[in-house]
Structure formats: structure tokens, C-alpha cells
Write a protein that binds this ligand. Structure first.
Ligand code: KG4
Ligand code: ZN
Length: 341
């Protein structure tokens, strides 16, 4: 297969693992011809989080218009598409099945290869998409609503997880703290916004496991924030948010830079929804550069869930492993590894 996959290979990718319905057309693994994202945030916000059954139904309704827009915006005919990809996991089973079934159907109808993509692997590619000059080995901090991992990316498809959260994911901590402060869902963007008006030193919240290995923990921090607010109800939300965010970012920067030093990385890459965070972006750049590392930040649109990163990961997998069998299902608990073929 490898000889047929090149800079002009066009992949249509679908992403439906959680609460964004997305489709994208990418050429050669990094040339994004279109990237359409239809967010369900407004639908789920009234429930304070993603409701799986509601998500599956919303994906069903949104998918075909989103796919049509992606093809139209790319300015190509469907016949120009060389392969069709979809996120096969991890994620919500019903939501994943919508994208996987649609992509397999299109691949059958058009007689083109299908590629099942690992969503976590795709988040790693989001940073590389925006800066193709990055050299391996890299350390990638993957911080989303469901995952927090520090990954040693030695090459395409060659990863070792150096550290991970032992309890809450970073985005989950943001969402839970925001919910407690009645700031709405999702919590990350709103805490990010109001934290800029607050004092990050108002409360010195704990930096758990700061000196123990490369794993992280955010559950104690979340509890510390809740206890502090209970005892000090007069405290302004902006100061709580700024102090909470300072603790999260301090730990993430310290551990990621330590990991990069340990493996002799050429650079540090951020990925996942939380990497849209303003303080994380500026502090990782400042502290990473000070430690001698190039720091690559995906554009904000590439941080949160999108299908361009799925298409990019699909291009690399198609090149290395060939197509995925149409027996491929949806894998809600998929780890950072190849999708079962
Ligand atoms: O990667 P993503 O879109 O979906 C998952 O795969 O989980 O990440 C969503 C998470 C949510 O927890 C959201 O609160 C968080 O990313 N997030 C942020 C920011 N924007 C999104 N967290 C902190 N600061 C932000 N600006
Ligand atoms: Zn994600």
C-alpha cells in the first residue's frame, strides 16, 4: 500500500466520538482542504455534561450535512477522494458507531479503502499538522476532557506513555470546578476567560505529586477548591479560577518539561481540548523554551475535537499499515495503539 499513499492522496475523515460532529478533507496528510465541526455543546449544556444517547441522535442528524459541506468546501468531487476514515475509538459507543458505519458505507459505495482511526493518536497529529518541521523524538502532552497523558512519540505510530493522570483528566477537573462554581458547561473555556481577571496567588492550591515521577493527579486539587469555596464563600470566582488554573498549569508544565529532558526530546507538542488554554500555552512556551525545547501549539481549532486530525492520522496509518478491514467496529476503551485491523 505504501507506494500508493503520497502527497496527493486525499482522505475524507469523520469524527463522532463525543459531542462534535466533524468531517474534513485532507490531502497528503497535512494539507487541510476543509474542516467542518458542528458542536453539540448547546444541546448538552442544559444537562451539565454530554448525554450519550442524545449525542448519538445528534450525530445522526448532523453527519450528512457536515460531510456534504466538507466536500463542497474542499472544492473537489467525491471521485477525487482516495480513502474514507473515521474515529473508531475511544469514545461513546453509540456516537462512534454513527461515524464508523457512515465511513464504511461510503468506502463500500465509492470502492475506496476504509481507515479506522484512534482518536488519541489523532490528537497527537493535530500539533504536527500545524508545524510539519517538527523532528522526532517528541514529547506530547495530551490533555482533554477524558485523558491526560505525557507521551514519548519516537516516530509515527511508535509511542510510550510516560505519565498519565491517576484520577481525573485535566479537562474533567476544569469541568467539575466550573460546575461547582455555577459557571456552566464546558468549564475549560469559561475558567480560562475569567481567570485572566483574577489573582493566581489568591490561594496556593496543592500541586499534587509534583516531585513524584511523571504521573499527575487532579482529584485532590478539585476537592481543595470546593473546600476552600465552602469555607470562604465571599471569595471572588475570578480569584478561585485563577488560582485553580495556576496549579493545573504549573503541574502540567513541570512534568512535561521533565519528561522531555528525560527522553532527550527534540520538542514539546500540546494536544487535546485543554491545550486551547491561554495560560497553558503561554507558560509551556516560556518554560519549555527556557529549558531549550521547541514548543509546538496547535491552532485552537485543532486542539478541540475535529476531523482534520483524524484525516492526518489516517494518512500515516494507511501509509504504514494499509486499510482497516470493514470488520472494524467501535472501541469505546481503545488505548493509544493501532486500531484492531
Ligand atoms: O479534546 P476535547 O475537545 O474532547 C475530548 O476528547 O475530551 O476536550 C474537551 C475538554 C473539556 O473538558 C473542556 O473543558 C476543555 O477541553 N477545554 C479547555 C479549554 N477549552 C476546552 N480547558 C481549559 N481551557 C480551555 N480554553
Ligand atoms: Zn478529543
Amino acid at each position: 500500500m505504501s507506494s500508493e499513499v503520497n502527497d496527493s492522496t486525499v482522505i475524507l475523515a469523520l469524527e463522532t466520538s463525543c459531542d462534535e460532529t466533524a468531517a474534513s478533507v485532507v490531502m497528503g496528510g497535512s494539507d487541510v482542504l476543509s474542516s467542518i465541526v458542528s458542536s453539540q455543546i448547546d444541546i448538552h449544556a442544559r444537562f451539565g455534561g454530554v448525554v450519550p444517547e442524545v449525542a448519538s441522535r445528534a450525530h445522526l442528524e448532523a453527519l450528512l450535512p457536515v460531510v456534504n459541506s466538507a466536500i463542497e468546501e474542499a472544492g473537489i468531487l467525491p471521485t477525487r477522494i482516495d480513502a474514507v476514515a473515521a474515529t473508531a475509538g475511544p469514545g461513546l459507543i453509540g456516537a462512534l458507531l454513527v461515524g464508523v458505519s457512515a465511513a464504511k458505507s461510503l468506502s463500500l459505495v465509492w470502492n475506496k479503502p476504509f481507515i479506522g482511526v484512534n482518536h488519541l493518536e489523532a490528537h497527537l497529529y493535530a500539533g504536527l499538522l500545524d508545524d510539519p518541521s517538527l523532528q522526532f523524538p517528541l514529547v506530547v502532552l495530551l490533555v482533554s476532557g477524558g485523558h491526560t497523558m505525557i507521551i514519548h512519540m519516537k516516530d509515527h505510530g511508535d509511542y510510550t506513555v510516560l505519565g498519565r493522570t491517576i484520577d481525573d483528566a485535566a479537562g474533567e477537573a476544569y469541568d467539575k470546578v466550573a460546575r461547582y462554581l455555577n459557571l456552566g458547561y464546558p468549564g475549560g473555556p469559561v475558567i480560562d476567560k475569567i481567570a485572566s481577571e483574577g489573582n493566581p496567588h489568591a490561594v496556593e492550591f496543592p500541586r499534587a505529586m509534583m516531585h513524584d515521577g511523571l504521573d499527575v493527579s487532579f482529584s485532590g486539587l478539585k476537592t481543595a477548591v470546593i473546600n476552600h469555596v465552602k469555607k470562604n464563600p465571599e471569595m471572588h470566582n475570578v480569584d478561585v479560577a485563577a488560582s485553580f488554573q495556576a496549579a493545573v498549569v504549573d503541574v502540567l508544565c513541570a512534568k512535561t518539561i521533565r519528561a522531555a529532558q528525560q527522553v532527550g526530546a527534540q520538542g514539546i507538542v500540546l494536544g487535546g481540548g485543554v491545550s486551547a488554554n491561554s495560560l497553558l500555552r503561554s507558560e509551556m512556551t516560556r518554560r519549555g523554551n527556557e529549558a531549550g525545547f521547541k514548543v509546538a501549539l496547535p491552532s485552537r481549532a485543532m486542539c478541540t475535537d475535529n476531523a482534520a486530525m483524524i484525516a492526518s492520522a489516517a494518512w500515516h496509518r494507511l501509509k504504514s499499515d494499509g486499510p482497516t478491514s470493514l470488520e472494524c467496529g467501535a472501541y469505546p476503551n481503545l488505548k493509544l495503539a493501532a486500531v484492531p485491523r
